[in-house]
Design a binder for this molecule. Structure first.
Ligand code: B12
Length: 420
C-alpha cells in the first residue's frame, strides 16, 4: 500500500471510530477572552466583601487562561485556613477544598494533612447514612464531589459501590423527586474519572442514562436545566462525547447564550461566576490534576468592574405573598405588599414581616449563593427531616435565591415548606 492509501485508510478509521465532535473545542477563542473579564473581576473582587470564600473560586482561577497571582495567593490562604477546620466540614466541602488545593499545586498540603483519608471516612459516613436512612447526610451533588476528589487523588473507593450510588434509581429522585442537572453533571464527571481508571459496564450505563437525562433538560435557547446549571452540564458533555450524537447538542449555541448573559449581570455572585467559567474556557474539573504547576507570568490585563444590575427604586409595585406548609397542611397565610420596583424576593419577605411578625417572621443564614431562608412562621427547615423552604413565583420554583430574584408587579410569590 502506498503512503497516500495508508493516510486515507487512517483518515477513514478516525472518521468512523471517533465522532467528529470529539475533536471540536467549544470554548471562547482568544479574541473572546475579554468577554470573560467581568467573571474574573467578580471573583477577584470577592476577596473583600465576602467573609467566606468558596474553594470553587480558586479552582476557576486556576483553570482559567487569565491569571492573577495576588488573587490566587489570597484564595489559597483562605482554603488553607479552611482545612484547619476539616473535621467540621461536610464531605462535599472537604472534597472541594482538596480539589482547590490540588488545582493550586498544593498536593503536599493534601498529603501532610491526611485529607484524602479523612475524605474517605466522611464518604463512608454518607454511604452508611444511605444504608440506614435511605439518603445521604448531605446530597448527591456532594457525593459527586467526593468521588471526583477520591478518584483524581487516588483515594480508595469501590467501583461497584459507586455504580450503585449513582444508578438511575438513586439519581431519579436526587432532589425532591426532581432530576437536578447540576447533580447529574457532577455524577457524570465523577463516574467518567472512575471509568477511566477502572472501566466498568454499570458505570458506563449510568453515564449513558445521565447524559440522556441532561440532554433532555436542554432548552430552546441552549441552556441546560437553568442558566446556573448550564456550565456544569457543559463540563459533563465535554467529557462524554462518545455517549451522544453530534446532532444531539449544539454546543456553540449554549456557549453563545451563556456569554450573552454575562453583561446582564446573571453571574454577579462570585460562586455563580466560578461555576460557569471553566466550561467557557473549554475546561472541566477533570483537568484539575493537569493544571501546569510552573510559575506563569502575570498577564491579566483586563479587569473591568463586575456588572451590576441597574435597579430603579422610584416606582412601587404590589405583589401577593403567601406562606404555605405543604407538609403538614396547617399554614396558609397570605398578604399583599408594596415594595419599590426592582426589589428582590427578600425585600417582599421583610415588608410582610413588618406587617405581622407572627405570621410572616423569618430567619436566614448567609451563604455563598446569598441569604438562605432557614425558618418562616416559626417553623425551621431541617436537613434531618429533609425539609426546606422552597421559593416560588406564580407557582414556579425560582432558579435564584431570595436575595437575587427580582420580583415584578402582580407576582404571586410563595414560600412553601417542602421535602427534598
Ligand atoms: C443540594 C441543593 C439544594 C438543597 C440543599 C440542602 C441539602 N442539605 O442538600 C435544597 C433542595 C434544600 C436546595 C434549596 C434551594 N436551592 Co439549591 N442547590 C443544591 C445544589 C444541587 C448542591 C448544593 C451543594 O451541596 N453544594 C456543594 C457544597 C459543598 O457547598 P455548600 O456551600 O456547603 O452547599 C450548601 C449551599 O449551596 C446551600 N444551598 C443550596 N441551594 C441554595 C440556594 C440558595 C439561594 C442559597 C443561599 C443556599 C443554597 O445548601 C448546600 C448544602 O448545605 C446546588 C447546585 C450548585 N450548582 O451549586 C443548587 C443551587 C445552589 N440551588 C439553587 C436554588 C435556586 C435553590 C432554591 C432557591 C430553590 C427554590 N426555588 O426554592 C432553594 C433555597 C431556598 C431557601 N430556603 O433559601 C440554585 C442557586 C442559583 C442562584 N443563582 O441563586 C442552584 C445553583 C441550582 C440551580 N442550578 O438552580 N438546594
Amino acid at each position: 500500500m502506498r503512503v497516500s492509501q495508508w493516510l486515507s485508510l487512517v483518515g477513514f478509521l478516525l472518521f468512523f471510530l471517533f465522532p467528529a465532535h470529539l475533536c471540536e473545542i467549544c470554548a471562547v477563542n482568544d479574541e473572546e477572552q475579554a468577554s470573560l473579564a467581568p467573571l474574573m473581576a467578580t471573583m477577584i473582587r470577592s476577596k473583600q466583601p465576602f467573609p467566606e470564600v468558596d474553594p470553587s473560586i480558586l479552582i476557576a482561577l486556576r483553570l482559567s487562561k487569565q491569571y492573577d497571582q495576588n488573587a490566587e495567593e489570597t484564595f489559597l490562604n483562605k482554603v488553607l485556613q479552611k482545612i484547619m477546620q476539616r473535621e467540621t466540614l461536610t464531605s462535599g466541602q472537604l472534597a472541594l477544598n482538596i480539589l482547590a488545593l490540588t488545582a493550586a499545586c498544593q498536593k503536599e498540603d493534601v498529603q501532610s494533612n491526611n485529607l484524602v483519608k479523612i475524605l474517605e471516612e466522611k464518604f463512608q459516613e454518607e454511604i452508611d447514612s444511605i444504608d440506614t436512612s435511605g439518603h445521604p447526610l448531605t446530597n448527591h451533588y456532594q457525593l459527586g464531589l467526593d468521588v471526583l476528589a477520591l478518584c483524581l487523588l487516588n483515594g480508595t473507593y469501590s467501583t461497584s459501590k459507586i455504580a450503585k450510588l449513582f444508578s438511575a434509581e438513586q439519581m431519579k429522585n436526587s432532589i425532591g423527586g426532581q432530576f437536578s442537572v447540576d447533580t447529574g453533571a457532577l455524577a457524570v464527571l465523577a463516574m467518567t474519572c472512575v471509568n477511566r481508571q477502572n472501566p466498568d459496564e454499570m458505570i458506563r450505563s449510568n453515564i449513558l442514562w445521565l447524559v440522556e437525562k441532561i440532554l433532555k433538560e436542554k432548552k430552546q435557547d441552549g441552556t441546560i436545566g437553568n442558566i446556573y446549571s448550564t456550565g456544569e452540564a457543559m463540563q459533563a458533555l465535554f467529557v462524554t462525547p462518545e455517549y451522544y450524537k453530534e446532532t444531539d447538542w449544539d454546543c456553540s449555541k449554549t456557549l453563545k447564550t451563556v456569554l450573552s448573559q454575562i453583561p446582564q449581570g446573571t453571574f454577579r455572585l462570585p460562586i455563580a461566576a466560578a461555576q460557569v467559567l471553566p466550561a467557557l474556557e473549554g475546561k472541566t474539573y477533570l483537568d484539575i490534576t493537569r493544571v501546569s504547576c510552573q510559575s506563569t507570568p502575570g498577564h491579566l490585563s483586563i479587569t473591568p468592574k463586575p456588572t451590576e444590575p441597574t435597579h430603579q427604586f422610584y416606582e412601587s409595585i404590589s405583589v401577593t405573598y403567601r406562606v404555605v406548609d405543604s407538609i403538614n397542611n396547617n399554614i396558609n397565610e397570605s398578604t399583599i405588599v408594596s415594595v419599590p420596583k426592582g426589589s428582590v424576593f427578600l425585600k417582599v419577605m421583610e415588608a410582610a414581616q413588618t406587617k405581622s411578625k407572627t405570621k410572616f417572621g423569618f430567619t436566614t443564614k448567609s451563604e455563598q449563593w446569598g441569604e438562605y431562608i432557614t425558618s418562616v412562621h416559626g417553623i425551621k427547615a431541617s436537613s434531618e427531616n429533609r425539609t426546606y423552604w422552597q421559593l416560588l413565583s406564580n407557582g414556579q420554583p425560582l432558579s435564584q435565591g431570595a436575595e437575587s430574584f427580582v420580583v415584578s408587579d402582580g407576582d404571586h410569590l410563595e414560600v412553601r415548606l417542602s421535602r427534598y
